[in-house]
Design a protein around this ligand. Sequence first.
Ligand code: HEC
Ligand code: HEC
Length: 408
Amino acid sequence: MLVAATALAQTESPGTPTAPPVQNQAPAQRPAPPQRKSPQQNPAPKLGDALPGLTAAELDRFTAGKEEFLNVETIASGLGPIFNNVSCVACHSTPVAGGTSQIFVTRFGRTINGIFDPLESLGGSLLQDHAIDPACQEVIPPEANTIAHRQTPPLFGLGLIEAIPDEAIKSLALRPAVDGITGHAAIITDVTTGAERVGRLGIKCQHATILGFSGDAYLNEMGITNRFFPHENAPNGNAALLAMFDTTLDPEDVADPITNRSDIDTVADFQRLLAPAQPLPFTPAALAGQRVFNDIGCAHCHLPQLMTGPSTVAALNHKPVNLYSDLLLHDMGTLGDGIAQSAATAREMRTTPLWGLRFTAPYLHDGRALTIDAAIRAHDGQGKAARDRYARLRPEDSRALLEFLGSL
Ligand code: HEC
Ligand code: HEC
């Protein structure tokens, strides 16, 4: 297994100001007696660290998963024929592995009378903008009249989001409407089980499980077929071109004979056990901003907290998830990306979780907003009433709100 040295170098964490001071440093000469050790079992994790409180076996899975997340795919390991990048970390890199980046993917399709056609027979809706040979390079076909960019989102805390029960998300859609807001849960078929589930991953809530999303990403971002996605993408739908350049046997990601696990399983472990970004201590201004956030209606969609259900992983078992999202799809008017996908219409988007916001500029699905202020002002559709109240805030109140959002 190859590991990108450059990617490894990026995993140096800048450290968060919330990390507690080291309390259990042993004196230089004499080791501290055992009872003097810090009582704090689980110091706040730094960005990119594993969830606190994992068993040794879980920590081993996290470490192995991270190695796979950094692993650079080659033609020999199944890369392509068409793909977007060579490793997960190539896009999910900043400021540490599992993070974001300004790399975006492109989706295209054709919209006629408001009906979106993903142009599947021409290779849509996801464009693969790299190829192992220029002769099979995909292009946006002339038939496309709808083109959207999606920026890479961070993956911190994803295991907690995955562990929220479907029913908890469904019940949020039944709350009395505020400002006419009616989100709905994305009912999808989970590719890993075939079961009907509530999607919550991806900007269209297109997946319910990290394993399902990972299988999707292996195929659609890297061109690696796997047990859930066993068929290669034909370049712009051209089967003859695919046959010419697809030289590796499918599925390309097969289970290790000893562990009986495939790369998608391993890489899912890393994401599932990756800790969320830790909030900064709230200053008095941030506390005032939190009240403004609730008062002007942001918290209706950006719900501060949900709970995980039962999990065999203790660190995910009945834990609070301070994500600031209802994980519902909302009609966002002009802020929608024009791509109908899975259970989401062209204008519907998942309420973006706001935890770790200070690490993820630029903002919104396509990175169009350079500042948090611009991101709020771009809200439309069901977010318009809250946006208008934001625009009317006294300067000290909007400053407080921005300080709050920058502390999450
Ligand atoms: C070419 C860049 C790129 C590569 C390579 C890539 N991703 Fe992503 N990833 C994205 C973008 C862009 C999105 C948002 C797309 C969407 O939601 O439709 C995303 C979304 C995700 C999500 C959903 C996050 C959320 O907030 O719900 C997961 C999980 C994920 N990627 C995992 C992976 C894994 C695992 C790999 C490696 C197999 C990978 N990605 C490779 C760009 C990339
Ligand atoms: C109707 C539900 C809804 C309401 C109300 C709402 N938002 Fe959002 N918010 C969303 C959705 C959906 C997105 C993702 C939009 C996109 O990327 O196109 C989003 C995105 C954001 C982002 C960008 C996050 C990122 O990482 O890119 C910020 C910041 C934000 N909202 C803050 C606020 C604030 C502050 C308020 C109150 C003034 C608010 N929102 C009200 C649904 C809502």
